[in-house]
Design a protein around this ligand. Sequence first.
Ligand SMILES: NC(=O)C1=CN([C@@H]2O[C@H](COP(=O)(O)OP(=O)(O)OC[C@H]3O[C@@H](n4cnc5c(N)ncnc54)[C@H](O)[C@@H]3O)[C@@H](O)[C@H]2O)C=CC1
Ligand SMILES: O=C([O-])CC(=O)C(=O)O
Length: 309
Amino acid sequence: MKVTVVGAGNVGATCADVLAYREIANEVVLLDIKEGVAEGKALDIWQKAPINLYDTRTVGSTNDYAKTAGSDVVVITSGLPRKPGMTRDDLIQTNAGIVKSVTENVVKHSPDAIIIIVSNPLDVMTYQAHITSKFPRTRVMGMAGILDTARYRAFLAEALNVSPKDIQAVLMGGHGDTMVPLPRYTTVGGIPVTELIGKEELDAIIQRTKTGGGELVKLMGTSAWYAPGSAAAQMVEAIARDQRRVFPVCIKLEGEYGIKDCYLGVPVILGKNGVEKVIELDLNAEEMALLKVSEGHVKEVMTVLDNLA
Ligand SMILES: NC(=O)C1=CN([C@@H]2O[C@H](COP(=O)(O)OP(=O)(O)OC[C@H]3O[C@@H](n4cnc5c(N)ncnc54)[C@H](O)[C@@H]3O)[C@@H](O)[C@H]2O)C=CC1
Ligand SMILES: O=C([O-])CC(=O)C(=O)O
């Protein structure tokens, strides 16, 4: 299994590191446009191998896609992160061009790859990569749902003073303030969460989850990377090991949930072919209304992208 991570910044380097120390791939190529940075970080990760005991080979590349040739999975993290006061959508102008040119190179050198987008605005950058690559939708997906769900699970674990391992949840929709956490599908060791926490406290956790990315941007002056990098690596693992894990993943909807031609996070089965199946939940009217709001927002930003072209 050969995996390329494009963008050797905070998220990309973290993802490459997790891929290596968890031996998810035999070879990880880290690529960036900044001279020497990807080579340096790949070398640093390789020099950690005798300490942390792994044998994944990590290779760096300054914009030389020949080194990425024949990758099975490509994770695209290249692009600007936001600064305090910005929304993810504010990044579209710069990141659309970056994701487009990176995708063109990926297609040329790894025509059979599965592409995982991380760059923001996530749902619309997944759209950009999909239309540029012309790959089937099952091979072009965005990472956001695992991260958003992890934040929700972490906040719940803290509030209930239980292990985050025992909290299972689904979160749908776009990667932004219109994301749709689903308390009805949230359990703690199999127990419905609503039996363990009051409505007011749960609502506050849901609200904190929706603005979870912004909370970190405010604290750090740039966006998060440990959880995002690990979340992208977890998607790669599900594909590399054909685990058929059930994760919320951003994909083009083609009629599921009554939604067409929109890129939204939905629960899927992730395996060796990419998205093996989109799972359709029987949402109630309130949940469906929230998903429609999310669809409306993502479609607006998709139109912004169409008008850039
Ligand atoms: N989907 C999600 O849940 C998350 C998305 N993000 C997004 O991921 C992206 C990366 O974030 P960070 O790693 O924190 O940023 P960063 O600034 O640390 O790293 C980005 C890297 O991309 C590189 N780059 C720019 N243009 C390139 C090109 N054409 N080819 C190759 N490399 C190129 C830069 O040189 C830089 O090293 C941002 O757009 C951010 O908003 C971040 C966290 C979570
Ligand atoms: O908030 C940001 O800009 C980065 C991101 O998508 C996240 O951490 O959820």
